[in-house]
Design a protein around this ligand. Sequence first.
Ligand code: EPZ
Length: 420
Amino acid sequence: MDRFIIRGGRRLEGEITIGGAKNAGLKLMVAGLLTGERLILSNVPQIADIATMRDLLRQHGVAVENVDAEGRTLSIGGPIESVEAPYDIVSKMRASILVLGPLLARMHEARVSLPGGCAIGTRPVDMHLKGLETLGAQIRLENGYINASAPGGLVGDRVVLPFASVGATENLLMAATLAKGRTEIVNAAREPEIGDLVECLNRMGARISGSGTGTLVIDGVEALHGAEHAIMADRIECGTYACAAGITGGDLRLIGGRIGDLGAVIRTLEEAGVEVIAEENAIRVRRDGPLQGVDIMTEPYPGFPTDMQAQFMAMLSVAEGASMITETIFENRYMHVPELNRMGARINVHGSSAIIRGVPSLSGAPVMATDLRASFSLILAGLAAQGETVLSRIYHLDRGYEAVDRKLAAVGASIERVRE
Ligand code: EPZ
């Protein structure tokens, strides 16, 4: 397994280009199941989860071809030959569950492995299943698989989500595009990635309104057609590198970053003493003075995103004063805490809250990645720590961040990938 070797204490300065959003791109690829025509996606990030999604779509019989040499533009489409999403792929990537709605909508049946839990939580899919049943699907769980059918197709209806689940919203949204009649999704998630999916689906001929509000209205159509769509910039990658500028007292221009997607993150950065300047097609992030402790509670968009929690925890571990972070979305998203404490951080977890008492500096140590965002929080700590940090199990990082060592080294970090 590969490792990163990071030598800390260097200010980061320069420009980092933000890539296409993982949490938009994966769903946009699944949208390709909704039509037999070609969906062309550009600005595709080169990360492991995208490759896994490509494998999943291909095993459904759908063509997924590189339009350019690197595969930054993909062409997706064609007849579906299999409606089964097997355990070995679904267990690798939970987002695979999102093929359920589109398969039901287009093929009127699906057999999708129940995704297991993952490091950060049990992550049930009850809201996905109940919502699809409301749209007329018959669902039977057997041998770890979801056996779903909708003879005659799905029928639009009003679905009220008990929680603004991103995945449940996306599954139901895609299913409803081909259902008969009107579907209303109430208490829908409002993350920008869903807005990107709505924009693409409407380009494919869907009739969706209410994007960005808590209620999505979808009037089903007979069929969707091909389209071209550029994946939005990854707001979490952008926020992550903003924390890199914050923790090293650096000055970074994040090219392609969109302030509008990061509302609560920007406000929290500024509260912590980090300056954020909106530019034409970039966000500039810099820090001169000391970092200040802040209190954070993760919430569905437009609240503070849970996917930025670990990164802020690393940055706040060297702030003046104390901070409190409360994680309200996932039940086990503090696995970076013991690793950060091994680097000299002073963090105590009490239930869903963590108290961070700022320390003057961290010290490098051998640490282990446990999940995607936790991996990067340890990189951030390593960038600020005195001495050398060796981060192992960086396959977690490769799932969702592209070329981290190249991007950080280009702005002055001492970081080296050691292949084993
Ligand atoms: C998406 O996961 C993201 N993943 C996550 O990003 C992100 O943290 C999360 O949304 C919240 O913003 C992708 O987009 C691929 P949810 P998702 O459904 O859709 C519970 C990353 O680091 N829940 O909003 O699974 C669930 O257990 C990843 O990029 C149910 O109980 O998130 C969780 O506690 C991590 N029943 C909460 O809701 C359901 O049927 C939020 O889940 C569905 C969800």
